[in-house]
Design a protein around this ligand. Structure first.
Ligand code: FES
Ligand code: FES
Length: 80
């Protein structure tokens, strides 16, 4: 598996809406972070679906190295 591109070394803080579905960019190449824009095509990466079951503030991983994708787990602090 190739390494994802680091979009940013910090999470994207987003207000998600109950009932909405989001597709988090796993490859890091999307121009529409933190969401997939199809740029992963031809790579090993696929987006990760997130279905919001309530209105809330979430922290989508921006570094693409989280072990708890699509959410930030603090791994961005350990990147070079
Ligand atoms: Fe990154 Fe689709 S553009 S997963
Ligand atoms: Fe990726 Fe925090 S932004 S783990």
């Amino acid at each position: 598996m190739n390494k994802p591109k680091i979009a940013q070394k910090a999470p994207y803080v987003v207000d998600v809406e109950s009932g909405q579905t989001y597709f988090w960019c796993a490859c890091g190449k999307s121009q529409n972070q933190p969401y997939c824009d199809g740029s992963h095509k031809g790579s090993d990466f696929v987006p990760v679906k997130f279905a919001a079951d309530r209105d809330e503030k979430v922290f989508f991983c921006g570094c693409k190295h989280s072990a708890n994708a699509p959410m930030c787990d603090g791994s961005h602090n350990k990147l070079d």
